[in-house]
Write a protein that binds this ligand. Structure first.
Ligand SMILES: Nc1ncnc2c1ncn2[C@@H]1O[C@H](COP(=O)(O)OP(=O)(O)OP(=O)(O)O)[C@@H](O)[C@H]1O
Ligand SMILES: [Mg+2]
Length: 408
């Protein structure tokens, strides 16, 4: 008989066809029927607002009723004592005075529901049909049955909390995605509007250089031009990284001499190189490839600027054009101390910039330069790698000679 009770209650709580609420109600009805108790209810604690709420009852009207844990009641007394509370006719008189629920009954049994050290709620039994027959033996069985449902209830509460957290996290995540989209749109809007004025300023500064100027004036204008070129490169990187990621950019392939293209880019940086007295050593031979000259030119420019940026004064940057059967290869070796090993696999990530101690000035940069390079090279079906060699960084780009690979 006793085993049957335990078996039935366990089966009831393992029945996943029933809702949590239904299982609790069935449990209450089960106790009420088998132990002949007219009024039974099950209440659970809500630790958020320190209240206790009726989840199931033989009187459906009181389901959902909530009261504060701080109210004096048989439930809170049992929870404070952390053990079953038996109230008979004498103690009832005392209790009725304090308990605002005022059960109109001669006796009641309140059993805390617990799991490990956590108190989850109480089961309240009132109005025993035949109180004489409800002896210690029955009390113990009911107590054990209530004990048995503790883990089930605890698991359900944990699941509810997890689901609630997951829902909140998902909402937050959606908010962030939306915010991120709005931010990107705003940045793009601003950046896009910067493109034209920058080109106008560059063109005008360039024209100024053809005037009769003193050496000092020339230097000032050259410096302004270099800074504007950096700004232009940054703006284009921001716009193009997004376009490349969305595959919205056309790779306009034409026959380009990689050696000649590199030479042009080096020339355009002559002011920057001479200011740091850096020697640029270009080796190799003309090499015609079918590539987008404008985009690959900007890749070369980005890598050269990085190399110049990291090179000490009076050092050498070696650029080598070579080829194997399938690819054209261009490599850039500087003497700038290289990239910290742990960051080697991150430098191509969006917005990644290694922290550089002691930088006294604010760099005009976004950490998108190498991301742009990688996307452009890969859109050509090629590869870009970085490693540390000869006390500096070595960047190598391979571009396939065959047009069949990586056509966009
Ligand atoms: N030649 C190099 N030597 C040492 N570190 C380098 C070199 N090139 C790149 N890095 C490291 O990789 C990081 C990423 O480079 P990337 O070109 O993407 O960004 P950035 O140069 O910081 O900014 P941006 O190119 O947008 O102006 C740099 O911040 C730097 O830490
Ligand atoms: Mg850069």
């Amino acid at each position: 008989m006793i085993n049957e009770y335990f078996y039935n209650v366990a089966t009831l709580f393992l029945n996943d066809k029933l809702s949590f609420q239904e299982r609790l109600t069935d449990f209450i009805n089960f106790i009420s029927t088998n132990f002949q108790i007219s009024r039974c209810s099950l209440m659970l604690i809500d630790y958020n607002d320190l209240s206790i709420e009726v989840y199931a009852s033989t009187n459906p009207k009181i389901v959902g009723l909530k009261r504060k844990l701080s109210d004096v009641s048989v439930s809170t007394m049992a929870l404070i004592d952390n053990e079953a509370l038996w109230i008979d006719i004498e103690s009832r008189n005392y209790f009725q005075h304090l308990d605002k629920s005022k059960y109109e009954s001669s006796s009641s049994l309140t059993i805390p529901i617990k799991y490990l050290d956590k108190k989850l709620g109480v089961v309240n039994l009132t109005d025993f049909v035949n109180i004489e027959k409800f002896v210690n033996f029955d009390i113990n069985i009911v107590k054990q049955l209530v004990q048995l449902i503790g883990p089930f209830i605890s698991a359900q509460i944990s699941q509810t909390i997890c689901t609630e957290y997951a829902r909140k996290l998902e909402n937050k995540n959606n908010d962030y995605i939306e915010l991120d989209k709005m931010k990107s749109e705003l940045i793009n809007f601003i950046v896009h509007d910067l493109k034209s004025p920058i080109s106008v300023v560059i063109a005008n500064l360039d024209m100024l250089l053809y005037d009769e100027l003193t050496e000092d004036q020339k230097n000032i204008i050259s410096l302004a031009l270099e800074e504007m070129a950096k700004l232009q490169s940054m703006v284009l990187n921001i716009l193009d990284v997004q376009k490349l990621e969305e595959a919205r950019i056309n790779i306009l392939r034409e026959e380009v001499d990689l050696y000649n293209l590199t030479e042009q880019k080096i020339k355009s940086l002559s002011g920057l190189l001479s200011r740091k007295m850096i020697k640029l050593d270009l080796k190799g031979n003309p090499l015609n490839l079918f590539i987008d000259g404008e985009l690959i030119g900007r890749v070369i420019n980005n890598i050269l600027i990085n190399a110049i940026d990291h090179s000490p004064d009076e050092s050498t940057i070696s650029v080598t054009i070579s080829e194997d059967d399938d690819n054209g290869i261009i490599s850039f070796q500087d003497m700038g101390g290289g990239i910290p090993e742990e960051m080697l696999d991150k430098i191509f990530d969006k917005y990644f910039q290694a922290k550089e101690e002691g930088r006294a000035y604010i760099k005009t940069s976004t950490g998108l330069g190498l991301t742009f390079c990688k996307l452009v090279v890969e859109a050509h079906g090629g590869k870009i790698t970085a490693q540390n060699k000869n006390h500096g960084a070595l960047f190598t780009i391979t571009l396939p000679k065959s047009l069949k690979i990586g056509i966009h």
